[in-house]
Design a protein around this ligand. Structure first.
Ligand code: AMP
Length: 190
């Protein structure tokens, strides 16, 4: 199985690159942000609780996202592999993901981090906020909170995969195709 973790701050291009990876490798895309927005649009209790935190730019509890990922892994038993996008976002989530995959005789192939500077990130998110309709993209104060959550809680997840020799960082500032070629090159080395 090819199990990739796409890593990077909000606006790094994880969603865009995921779409290209799905086309090329036939992987299942698991974005916890998309799954949570699905819960919100269905008006579930989980969605209502998550929305309060998401609108503030804060992370939702580990148990909530781990549960959602576990359900998706169970629902896609014959998949060729998965792209984890926006998950794991804490070290506890990374540990839980390792356990979940181990119980399915699988493992993470590698984490690929997209490096983009803060000014470019804010610019991209504000631009996306104009037509994505995402309340957390439209407000500079919330964007800064999301970047702070990323630096405080999510950046350490890179160390978790570095310790396992599964971490590669690439420049996320080029064209979509250039960045995809760099990702593809990393995948070829697995
Ligand atoms: P995203 O679409 O990945 O930018 O996620 C949007 C929001 O959903 C985040 O700001 C968090 O509030 C929440 N979220 C998504 N994935 C996770 C996760 N793995 N852990 C905690 N919160 C998450």
């Amino acid at each position: 199985m090819l199990n990739l973790v796409l890593f990077g701050p909000p606006g790094a291009g994880k969603g865009t690159q995921s779409q290209k990876l799905i086309e090329k490798y036939g992987l299942i895309h698991l974005s916890t942000g998309d799954l949570l927005r699905g819960e919100i649009s269905q008006g579930t209790e989980l969605g209502l609780e998550a929305k309060k935190l998401m609108d503030e730019g804060l992370l939702v509890p580990d148990a909530v996202v781990i549960g959602m990922i576990s359900n998706k892994l169970d629902a896609n038993k014959t998949a060729k592999g998965f792209i984890f996008d926006g998950f794991p976002r804490t070290v506890a989530q990374a540990e839980a993901l390792d356990e979940l995959l181990k119980s399915k005789q699988s493992a993470i192939s590698g984490m690929i981090a997209l490096q983009v500077n803060d000014t470019e990130l804010e610019h991209r998110l504000l631009l996306r906020g104009k037509d994505s309709g995402r309340p957390d993209d439209a407000n500079p104060e919330i964007i800064r909170k999301r970047v702070k959550e990323y630096n405080d809680k999510t950046a350490p997840v890179a160390g978790f995969y570095k310790d396992q020799h599964k971490f590669t960082s690439i420049n996320g500032m080029g064209s979509i195709d250039e960045i995809f070629a760099a990702i593809d090159h990393v995948i070829a080395s697995y």
